[in-house]
Write a protein that binds this ligand. Structure first.
Ligand SMILES: Nc1ncnc2c1ncn2[C@@H]1O[C@H](COP(=O)(O)OP(=O)(O)OP(=O)(O)O)[C@@H](O)[C@H]1O
Ligand SMILES: [Mg+2]
Length: 266
């Protein structure tokens, strides 16, 4: 086990970071502020960012911190399908057995959403992750779910998460209704060079090590190869550590990092 070579208590750079491993970058704080605003004021939020920038992780950390007696999270990751499939997924997230026809299905969802707010005093937050993959008709029907005939209260909060393409999609005329409802938006980028330093130290510490394992040149190479995108950083840092352990090196230097770069597909 390469972990024991360095004396790690657990594997660092996890793809499902626990509380100790979660890194609060400046951008991450910005996301959190906006999502908190969204949870309090309801409406529609948009979180975009490069692949592996930490969008889903940020959303998960945020919803985990919400009081479950006040909010019900309807997490709907994209699963290939039609706009009707999306409605069915939403219905299932609401613990409903989806009815057959579109009109009835929309009504079934709307009724459940109102019931949650009024009878259970729970506000539903619908999270559509990988929303850049949603077909246009699926996105187009979302504003209908946000309109309630009886009054103007906001019964449903919607958070759309996706890759940069989603921003461009939403700028199309057919999505004007949805775009106008977006109250908060944030575009998540990679960590800065300084944040990468802090991130590496935090990941090693959370895994039980306090001494640095990457020298200055290795950190610079790591940054250049990953642009600070957490998923890439994790992958490359792990590969470099494994190589260092295999070669019984005391720490990762530039040559080892370059070697790792050629071994992993970023
Ligand atoms: N704040 C963070 N603290 C620690 N690790 C993080 C953080 N954000 C992201 N990561 C790491 O980066 C990985 C990728 O993050 P995540 O899956 O949230 O990205 P994403 O933007 O949703 O990517 P995709 O576009 O592929 O859906 C996570 O599995 C985790 O290992
Ligand atoms: Mg994601």
């Amino acid at each position: 086990m390469w972990e024991s070579y360095f004396g790690f208590k657990k594997t660092p750079f996890s793809d499902r970071p626990d509380g100790q491993q979660l890194f609060a970058s400046a951008a991450w704080q910005q996301v959190r502020t906006r999502l908190e605003f969204l949870a309090q004021h309801h409406g529609v939020g948009l979180l975009t960012g490069e692949v592996g920038a930490g969008k889903s992780t940020a959303a998960r950390a945020f919803t985990d911190a919400l009081n479950p007696s006040l909010y019900k999270i309807l997490y709907v990751p994209f699963a290939a399908g039609t706009s009707l499939d999306l409605l069915r997924q939403i219905a299932r997230a609401l613990d409903l057995e989806p009815v057959r026809f579109r009109g009835d299905l929309a009504r079934q969802i709307a009724e459940a959403v109102v019931r949650l707010n009024q009878a259970k005093k729970q506000h539903p937050i619908l999270i559509c992750d990988e929303a850049h993959l949603l077909p246009h008709p699926a996105l187009e029907q979302l504003p209908l779910l946000l309109n309630f005939e009886m009054d103007s209260a906001r019964y449903l909060t919607l958070l759309l998460i996706g890759q940069p393409l989603l921003r461009r999609t939403l700028s199309l005329q057919i999505h004007e209704a949805l775009r106008q409802r977006i109250a908060v938006h944030y575009h998540l980028e990679g960590l800065t060079r300084e944040e990468l330093e802090a991130y590496l130290a935090q990941q090693l510490k959370a895994a039980g090590l306090s001494q640095p394992l990457f020298d200055e040149a290795a950190r610079q190479t790591l940054y250049q190869a990953t642009k600070g995108l957490p998923r890439k950083v994790n992958k490359l840092a792990l590969a470099a550590l494994r190589l260092a352990a295999a070669q019984k090196a005391p720490m990762v230097n530039e040559a080892l990092m370059l070697d790792a770069t050629s071994q992993v597909l970023l």
